[in-house]
Structures are given as C-alpha cells and as structure tokens.
Design a binder for this molecule. Structure first.
Ligand code: SAM
Length: 360
C-alpha cells in the first residue's frame, strides 16, 4: 500500500493554526475506508488546480491550499467520499477561540440567510450551543434541513477547524442509481459510490473524454456522464454492450457511446483524456479464458500504443485499474508510473486493489 505521503501531524497543525502554509479549504471525509477517500480528494484537487497542497490532518479531516470557492464547491459536489467541502475560515487550539470567531463570519451574510452547524467529531449538544450563540449574535435563522450556509466544525488532535459552505448541505442520492434499480443488471455491477470515486481518480474534467474499456453494465459511465464528462465504454459481449446502452439512456446526459470491442487489441479511439475500469476476473464477469494479469497487461499496452500520454494542455493522463489484489499488475515502466494503490476488503476470498497509473 502506497499510503499518501507521510506528514508530521504536529507540524501540520502548527502551520495550519498559524496560517503559515496558507491552507484555505476544509474537507471532511467519510470514515469507511482508510486511504481511498483521501486518494479521491487529492485527485479532484489536482484535477481542478494542479500544484495545490492537500494534507490529511486526521483520518476524517483534510485541508488544502485551494481557495477558489467555485472549485471547492465542484470538488465537494463530484466527490463520493467527501461529506463536506468549504472555505477554511478559522482554526484554533481551543473551542472557545473558534466560538468567538464564528459569529464574525456570519455577520457579513445577508440577514435572510439560514444556517446550520455541522460536525462529524463534536457532540450534537456542542453544535447546538454553537448554533444558539451564532443565532443570538447575528440575525441569521437556523435551518437544519435546507440551510443556505453550513458551518462545519471539526475537532482534531490539538485543535479545531471551522469551514463554511455557501451552497447548503450536500445531497446524496446513491440509492436510486444502485445496480438493481437500473434497466439492465448483472451481478458484477458495482455501486455508484465506488464507480464515481474510480472516475474521479482518473482526473478527468468536464469536457474531457473518459473511457471505461471493460464497461459491463456501465456503472462508471453513468457516474462520469452525470458529472458532465463525455464518456465512452468498450465491452466484448454484444448483449452486455446493449444492456449498458440501455442504462445510459436514463443517465447519459453528457455525450456518450458504447462499442462492442476487445480492449486487449488495438483501441478504436485516440482522443481519450482519462481511463478508469474494473477489469474482468472470472468469477462474476467473464475473461473469455484469459488470465486477468494478461488482460491488464495487454490493455495497458494497447492504451500506450493508441493514446498520447499528455492532454492538450500538457497535463498528464491517468489510468485507474481495479483488480483482485492477488493479481500481479504488470505494465511497461516506460509507459506508466504507479502512483498509488488502495485496497478494499470485500470478503474472505476477495480484496480489491485500485491502482492509479500515470502515463509517461
Ligand atoms: C468486472 S466486469 C465490469 C463491471 C462493470 N464495472 C459494471 O459495474 O457493470 C468486466 C466486463 O469486461 C468484459 N470483458 C471481458 N473481456 C473483455 C475484453 N477483452 N474487452 C472488453 N471487455 C471485456 C466482460 O464481459 C465484463 O462485462
């Protein structure tokens, strides 16, 4: 496991509280997996603003030097594992310091605005106290269901962080897109939350072209299309490709196409800006007699042969591969560099590995 670059927590807290490093946004991650949520966040920060710092302060709390509100908002909307994304407006080593600062920020808002205080690390009572104080010192009204402003307070070892989002609370609607709710279903279909994280880690933006070369029922393509990314899928079985097209009819708001094709051979496209895929491994999805290791190696070779390694603006392209962790990932080091690998335990016989490769 190549865990995100090791950081000294005490140093980071010191610099964040002192403002020395210039962290300007706060993100709160869901707590279900160790490394994937932060991997997705870092990828999204890089997608919209390459070169910005992004640091994990506690398993659930991350900060970034990215300060542009519209980009912070877009990252928060796109992300699967980010429960809150907003401007970092204050930090302090004591709760009282933060309490004192919060109404200051609320004063500037229009008086008809509603607000809510949220936290993943503080008790409801503490959030309630903070809400009452803010209400008393400003003209804002509390709305827990549909607030205009969300103040997010998080406690980490050694201090507190306060973030503000002006876009209200993040809405989740995974359930209506779960595999069994789609027109065409196969047991190998993956859940939208994971599918979206895979797409996000491929670092594609709106308007760039995304490819899933082993698309099955189209789980990744549905998510990429919903994010406004033109999306293409390859699938070796005609009837599965037809089923995926059927699924895309409902969700494919962006330009999309599904082609019956063998992705281990020459690829029929060259204008692709990012790839993410869940490769066939023989249990629930057919490999047509080939070993998963060979499928991955042959596909990566075809990708390197058919697709240029840089985007039009010179940024690197990425390829995200999900495969069983027992499989060895083999690729040409002249064409790809392994950036990181995340693991998800599924059951006794299956742990998934998700490797992020950049193209050289
Ligand atoms: C693990 S499944 C993908 C599942 C997909 N992520 C979903 O959520 O439905 C892999 C798919 O790759 C297809 N496949 C197998 N070999 C292929 C090849 N050489 N070229 C293209 N598709 C292939 C299989 O038919 C299968 O549908």
């Amino acid at each position: 496991l190549l865990y995100p670059k090791k950081i000294s927590k005490s140093k980071l807290l010191e610099s964040s509280f002192g403002g020395g490093e210039g962290y300007r946004s706060l993100f709160v991650l869901s707590g279900e997996d160790l490394s994937l949520p932060f991997g997705e966040l870092r990828a999204l920060v890089e997608t919209y603003s390459a070169g910005e710092a992004c640091s994990l302060i506690s398993p659930r709390v991350a900060v970034s030097s990215l300060g542009e509100e519209s980009k912070i908002q877009r990252i928060s909307e796109r992300s699967s594992y980010c429960r809150f994304g907003g401007s970092l407006i204050a930090s302090g080593s004591s709760f009282e310091t933060l309490v004192g600062k919060l109404p200051e920020f609320a004063f500037g808002e229009r008086s008809t605005a509603t607000f809510a205080i949220r936290s993943e690390t503080l008790s409801r009572e503490r959030c309630g106290d903070l809400g009452a104080l803010t209400k008393a010192r400003t003209k804002l009204k509390v709305s827990l269901d549909r607030p205009d402003l969300v103040f997010q307070v998080e406690k980490v070892k050694g201090g507190y962080f306060l973030g503000l989002s002006r876009t209200g609370a993040k809405q989740f609607s995974w359930k209506e897109r779960r595999p069994r709710a789609r027109s065409f279903f196969l047991p190998s279909a993956i859940y939208p939350k994971l599918a979206r994280a895979l797409v996000n880690m491929s670092r594609v933006r709106e308007g760039e072209r995304f490819l899933d070369p082993f698309c099955g029922t189209g789980s990744l393509l549905i998510e990429s299309c919903l994010m406004g990314i033109p999306s293409y899928g390859f699938e070796i079985k005609r009837w599965v490709a037809r089923g995926a097209s059927l699924n895309m009819k409902k969700y494919g708001s962006a330009e999309h196409g599904i082609l019956r094709c063998d992705s281990t051979g020459p690829l029929p496209v060259s204008r692709i800006d990012g790839v993410a895929t869940d490769v066939p491994y023989g249990r629930a999805s057919s490999t047509k007699g080939k070993e998963t290791k060979s499928i991955i190696r042959e596909f990566l070779q075809s990708l390197a042969d058919s697709v240029p390694s840089r985007k039009k603006d010179g940024r690197r392209k990425y390829c995200v591969i999900m495969y069983p962790s027992m499989t060895e990932l083999v690729c040409d080091p002249n064409s790809f560099r392994l950036e990181e690998t995340h693991y998800i335990y599924v059951h006794r016989n299956l742990t998934r590995a998700i490797s992020v490769l950049s193209m050289n």
